[in-house]
Write a protein that binds this ligand. Structure first.
Ligand SMILES: [Zn+2]
Length: 244
């Protein structure tokens, strides 16, 4: 049984008091963190999930609500005396941006000896790479300037939209998936993001089940209508078990 636990189900601005983008995906091999927004480390601990179990963190794109929590995770694992490797996978600039962020938050932190191997895997649209033992296929998300490399990702039975405007690439990513973790920022179309009206007219998007995340306040208020369409609107802590 695989489990997806949504730890941060909110938009960047804390709609409904929900946290920024983060989910823990547990499969037969271990655990992957999907995005690491601000507050992700506390969210893991709040739900009794040990950060030491994370094999890799996949970052969909380099916006703060998706990677601002990384410095705290990386430094906490140093204090927790982690010895096994941690892999960080994401767009090409991930390593450089994390280094800058570490130093902005704690001067000199990027030079600290962590005591465990930290490595980076660059994910780009069209790539199919092994990350911590899992095949991860990357698709171009329609979000920010294309050169920034925002991604939708497919990890075995799980499809994950990242942040994206409507794009046929999302269907390619989700086709045949058991579970699609899909952003839904607004009710009506909005630049750079998906809306419920776009999702609703294209259900089931090639996926067996859909769980929405990154929800703004108006989406939160439409829960009854969303769930009447067989789509789950996640909250922080929503956990879904599924057969891969
Ligand atoms: Zn976002």
């Amino acid at each position: 049984m695989n489990t997806l636990t949504v730890l941060g189900s909110g938009d960047p601005f804390g709609a409904g008091g929900r946290g920024q983008s983060c989910a823990l995906y547990q499969d037969a091999q271990g655990a992957l963190l999907l995005d690491c927004g601000g507050g992700a480390l506390a969210a893991l601990k709040r739900h009794g999930l040990d950060p030491a179990q994370i094999d890799a963190v996949l970052i969909s794109h380099l916006h703060g609500d998706h990677f601002a929590g990384l410095p705290f995770l990386v430094l906490e694992q140093r204090l927790a005396k982690r010895t096994r490797p941690l892999v960080l996978a994401g767009p090409p600039d991930l390593a450089a941006r994390l280094s800058k962020l570490l130093d902005a938050l704690y001067e000199g932190a990027s030079k600290k000896v962590l005591g465990y191997p930290l490595s980076f895997v660059v994910l780009q649209p069209g790539s199919a790479l092994t990350v911590a033992g899992r095949l991860v296929r990357a698709f171009a998300a329609s979000h920010m300037h294309p050169a920034a490399g925002a991604l939708s990702l497919r990890i075995g039975p799980l499809a994950w939209s990242g942040d994206t405007a409507w794009s046929p690439e999302l269907l390619s990513c989700a086709e045949g998936s058991v579970l699609l973790l899909c952003e839904c920022t607004s009710l009506e179309p909005l630049a750079d993001h998906l809306s419920w009206s776009e999702i609703r007219t294209r259900l089931p998007l090639g996926a067996r089940r859909i769980v929405l995340t990154h929800a703004g306040a108006e989406v939160r208020n439409a829960r009854a209508e969303i769930e009447a369409n067989g789509v789950l609107l996640s909250d922080d802590g929503t956990s879904i078990d599924f057969e891969p």
